[in-house]
Design a protein around this ligand. Structure first.
Ligand code: NAP
Length: 316
C-alpha cells in the first residue's frame, strides 16, 4: 500500500503564499530507489524561484509540487537492487530530479540511491542538510570551473550567504587568499569562516576597494549576486583572471573576459569529498534559523530576501 506522508506542497505557481501542508501518497520504491526518512531539509533561493513558475519551461513540473532539493535523513527501506546503503544509514543528498515533483520539505522521499552520500558523522542533521546545493555550487565553481590554485586570490560576491559561506571555506582549503563581499553586519561572520579581507557593497565601489587590497587585481571572481556589484568588481579582475557566475549567463559582459556560468549538478562523489572536509574540521555549516514543516512558506519568504546569513533549514 502506498505510504502517506505529511509534506509542504503547492498545486499552482504563485510563490510561497501558495504553499500548504497536507498528506500526499509517496510513489512505490523502484529497484534502485531508497526510502529516506527526512530529518532536515535545506532551503535555497531556487525553491522560491521554482514556486513562482520561473523554471516551468526549463524543467517539467507535476502538481502538487513538494518544494526542496536538499536533504539529510535515514534510510528506512530499499528497492531490491539498491545495496549501497543499509537500512538505518544516515545519508544526505542534492535531490534535484529531472521532474519537479517530489521535494524534500516532507517527512519522506523516495529517491534513486545514486544521489546519496554518507552524512558527515560530526555534523547534526540540520547542519548537514544545509550543505548539498550550496556546497556543491561552491565546489563546482571554485574547483571545476575556476580551477582555483594555492596562493591565488579570489573575490567572492555575496560571501555570507549559502553558496558564499561554503566558497570562503573551500577557497581556504586550497590555500587561496579570499576577499568576501557582503554587508557590514556579516563581516565578522565572513572573517570567522576564513575571509582574509571583507568589503561592504553598500557604501563602497567593490572594484576600487579590491584594487586597494590587490593593486594587480584578483585571479578569480565568484559572482553570487550579479547586478551593480558584479559590474563594479570587473575592473579588479586580472587580465589573466577568470569570472565564474551562478546568476549572470554572459549578458553585459566583455566577450574578452574568461567567463563561465555554472548551474549546479547533483554529484554524490563531490558530496563525499565535502563530507571528508567536514569530518576533518575544514567545513562548518552555520544554520541561522530552523523552521518546522508548517512554517515552510515563511522559510521560502526568508530565503527569497537574498539576505540570509549561512543557511536556513526545515525540520519536518
Ligand atoms: N546557478 C546555480 O547553480 C546556483 C546555485 C546556487 C544559488 N544560485 C543563485 O545564487 C544566488 C545566491 O545564492 P545563495 O544561496 O548564496 O543566496 P543567499 O543565501 O540568500 O545569500 C545571498 C548573499 O548575497 C549577499 N548580497 C545580497 N545583495 C548583495 C549585493 N548587491 N552585493 C553583494 N552581496 C550581496 C547577502 O549578504 P547581505 O545579507 O550582507 O547583503 C548574502 O550573503 C541566488 O540568487 C541563487 O538563486 C544559483
Amino acid at each position: 500500500m502506498a505510504k502517506e506522508i505529511k509534506a509542504a506542497n503547492y498545486k499552482e505557481f504563485g510563490g510561497p503564499e501558495k504553499v500548504r501542508v497536507g498528506i500526499l501518497e509517496l510513489p512505490e520504491l523502484k529497484e534502485g530507489d531508497v526510502l529516506v526518512r527526512i530529518k532536515a531539509a535545506g532551503v535555497n533561493p531556487v525553491d522560491a524561484v521554482i514556486s513562482k513558475g520561473y523554471y516551468k519551461d526549463m524543467m517539467p513540473h507535476t502538481f502538487p509540487v513538494i518544494p526542496g532539493w536538499d536533504v539529510c535523513g535515514e534510510v528506512e527501506d530499499r528497492g531490491h537492487a539498491a545495496r549501497r546503503f543499509n537500512v538505518g544509514d544516515e545519508v544526505y543528498a542534492y535531490a534535484r530530479r529531472p521532474e519537479v515533483k517530489w521535494g524534500t520539505f516532507a517527512e519522506y522521499i523516495v529517491i534513486p540511491e545514486s544521489y546519496l552520500a554518507e552524512k558527515p558523522v560530526n555534523l547534526s542533521a540540520e547542519e548537514t542538510a544545509g550543505i548539498p546545493l550550496a556546497g556543491l555550487t561552491a565546489y563546482q565553481c571554485l574547483y571545476d570551473a575556476g580551477k582555483l590554485q594555492e596562493n591565488q586570490t579570489v573575490l567572492i560576491l555575496g560571501a555570507s550567504g549559502g553558496v558564499g559561506s561554503f566558497a570562503i571555506q573551500l577557497a581556504k582549503v586550497t590555500g587561496a587568499k579570499v576577499i568576501g563581499v557582503a554587508s557590514e553586519k556579516n563581516h565578522s561572520y565572513m572573517k570567522e569562516l576564513g575571509a582574509d579581507y571583507t568589503i561592504d557593497y553598500r557604501n563602497t565601489d567593490v572594484g576600487e576597494a579590491t584594487r586597494e587590497i590587490y593593486p594587480d587585481g584578483v585571479d578569480l571572481i565568484l559572482d553570487c549576486t550579479s547586478g551593480e556589484t558584479l559590474q563594479q568588481s570587473l575592473q579588479a579582475l586580472k587580465p589573466s583572471g577568470k569570472l565564474v557566475s551562478i546568476l549572470n549567463q554572459g549578458e553585459g559582459l566583455d566577450p574578452d573576459i574568461d567567463f563561465q556560468f555554472v548551474f549546479v549538478e547533483p554529484n554524490a562523489q563531490q558530496l563525499d569529498h565535502l563530507r571528508e572536509l567536514a569530518e576533518a574540521g575544514k567545513l562548518e555549516v552555520h544554520v541561522s534559523k530552523t523552521y518546522s514543516l508548517n512554517q515552510a512558506a515563511e522559510a521560502l519568504e526568508q530565503i527569497q530576501s537574498l539576505h540570509t546569513t549561512g543557511k536556513i533549514v526545515i525540520v519536518p
